[in-house]
Design a protein around this ligand. Structure first.
Ligand code: G6P
Ligand code: ZN
Length: 544
């Protein structure tokens, strides 16, 4: 095997964000761009010689080209073995599952999650460590520092490998194993849930469901699990064939982008249950007939019903949620007398809590839900949680959700996004608001008084690290909250996220339309942060 040292120059924009390095495909296609980052990643990982890594991605445009490059660089950098999903495919949760199952050193996942794909779309690369979760900031920061000083990378001059061929191959001393991307994950799901109860639900009564794979990676996973193993009728999984540009869509399972499914679930003759997942399979959306379950409520409801799911029958160690996620799970934790952890946005903050056995379930308002079965959020897992709960309770989504509100109260919740704002304008808005925080506590705003106003910081109880400035929180005396944050995942200008939450526990107050219930808070958010004035926008781009 011939290895060449290629001279290169650093790029200044290779700092990984919340979920790895995400850029336009065109940026990744610039000469040496991908190679520089991969070499910086290998360098930052320390001694990788002889180690085993998992490799796969969501199948988007450039996935296979990047995989062939990474294979050649892994061979040149003395990696021992690569376990690769057939045709270069692995959903993010499946990659996490395979890293753990094979006790590998880590894994490289190629994805830009829900961001649009295709030649003009986005691409991304992230590294997950041995526990199956995203690399901690210490490591990603080292990758970035390395990328700023890189002068050369190593690559082997070998032919492309056969990505379609299940089994063993070699590239020099590097062993390659191509695996079926679905089986390990499907087996894991079968070990967590009551598949026979779900199979009975899907095959024996009137119950009907749809799952929208949004032309992305979960198609093959959902087809195997829902249709082949659980017996749902063929066609239950829609948009099931992954396409390199996600059929021109935006595979983000929310009320705006999962339009096909939303139209079905809110249309005439709607099925009983609808689920969807995103580009790389880690996000989820849950719908019932003519109803939508917010991700925050979904976490709370799964937690409250977790004893019905075999894997969680013996109780939960704790629940973790990101700071902007509603406080609905807190009510469940309080009642069950288990700890509730509030972390910054980003799945990686759950890893330590799960590893240390402090939390069993975690979730984020950004349509992510998961548990200690892997170290990523998991779209299909959330769908199976709901199916398992429905099968056990024999009730509709709507009935389960309404009963939950009756018991715990309802957290009206919505997120308003202002996308692609010029970065300076967004930063000015946040810094002005930040500067005004000290004078807010005690301020009377209509019927409510501000109780606290701060920029959230997190102390990790496991590794004792501190993470600061994670979003501005304004909390009111009646439990309402408004949170302002800039997205860490956008690739076009800045995205301002405004999270609105209001609590009601009076049974006559539980059935309002969400935006109506939140109308006062929405006005107040604008007044406090001068959103219209500073962004020039009259309304949000996306409301979830
Ligand atoms: C990714 C991460 C999530 C996080 C989300 C936030 O999806 O995996 O853990 O919640 O980004 O994105 P944002 O755009 O709000 O920073
Ligand atoms: Zn994703």
């Amino acid at each position: 095997m011939t290895v060449v040292q290629v001279a290169t120059q650093p790029f200044s924009d290779q700092r990984p964000g919340t979920s790895g390095l995400r850029k336009k495909v065109r940026q990744f296609q610039k000469p040496h761009y991908l190679e520089n980052f991969v070499q910086s990643m290998f360098d930052a990982l320390g001694d990788i010689s002889g180690k085993t890594l998992i490799l796969g991605g969501d199948g988007r445009y450039y996935n296979d080209t990047a995989i062939q490059t990474i294979v050649k660089m892994a061979a040149a950098n003395d990696v021992g073995k690569l376990i690769i999903g057939q045709n270069g495919l692995l959903s993010t949760p499946a990659a996490s599952c395979v890293i753990r199952k094979t006790h590998s050193f880590g894994g490289i996942i190629l994805s830009a999650s829900h961001n649009p794909a295709g030649a003009d779309g986005d691409f991304g690369i992230k590294f997950n460590v041995a526990n199956g979760g995203p690399a901690p900031e210490k490591i990603t920061e080292t990758m970035y520092q390395r990328s700023l000083e890189i002068t050369q990378y190593q690559i082997s001059q070998t032919p492309d490998i056969e990505l379609g061929l299940i089994g063993e191959q070699t590239v020099g001393n590097l062993q390659i194993e191509i695996i079926d991307p679905v089986i390990d994950y499907a087996d894991l799901m079968a070990s967590l849930f009551d598949f026979s109860a779900i199979r009975a639900l899907l095959t024996q009564g009137q119950f009907r469901m749809r799952f929208d794979a949004m032309h992305a990676i979960t198609g093959p996973y959902a087809t195997e699990i829902l249709e082949n193993r659980l017996g749902a009728p063929t066609g239950t999984v829609m948009n099931a064939i992954p396409s390199p540009d996600f059929a021109g869509g935006h595979p983000d399972p929310n009320l705006t982008y999962a339009e096909d499914l939303v139209n079905i679930m809110f249309g005439e003759d709607a099925p009983d249950f609808g689920g969807a997942s995103d580009g790389d399979g880690d996000r989820n959306m849950i719908l019932g007939k003519h109803c939508f379950v917010t991700p925050s409520d979904s976490l709370a409801i799964i937690a409250a019903n977790s004893h019905l799911i075999p894997a969680y029958q013996s109780g939960l160690k704790g629940i973790a949620r990101s700071m902007p996620t509603s406080q609905a799970p807190d009510q469940v934790a309080r009642k069950h007398q288990i700890p509730l952890y509030e972390t910054p946005t980003g799945w990686k903050f759950f890893g330590n809590l799960l590893d240390a056995g402090l939390a069993t379930l975690c979730g984020e308002e950004s349509f992510g839900t998961g548990s200690d079965h892997i170290r990523e959020k998991d779209g299909l897992w959330a769908v199976l949680c709901w199916l398992n709960i429905i099968a056990a309770r024999q009730q509709s989504v709507d009935t389960i959700m309404t009963a939950h509100w009756q018991e715990f109260g309802r957290h009206y919740y919505s997120r308003h996004d202002y996308e692609a704002i010029p970065t300076e304008k967004a930063e000015k808005l946040m810094s002005q608001l930040n500067d005004s925080l000290f004078k807010l506590p005690g301020k009377i705003c209509g019927d409510r008084t501000i109780r606290y106003a701060d920029n959230f910081s997190y102390h990790d109880p496991v590794d004792q690290s501190d993470t600061e400035k994670q979003g501005i929180r304004i909390g009111f005396d009646d439990g309402a909250r408004i949170i302002f944050r800039l997205s860490g995942t956008g690739t076009d200008g800045a995205t301002l996220r405004v999270y609105l939450e209001q609590y009601a526990d009076d049974s006559s107050q539980l059935a309002f339309e969400t935006q109506t219930a939140l109308a006062d808070l929405i006005k107040l958010a604008d007044k406090l942060a001068h959103i219209r004035e500073l962004t020039g926008r009259n309304e949000p781009t996306v409301i979830t």
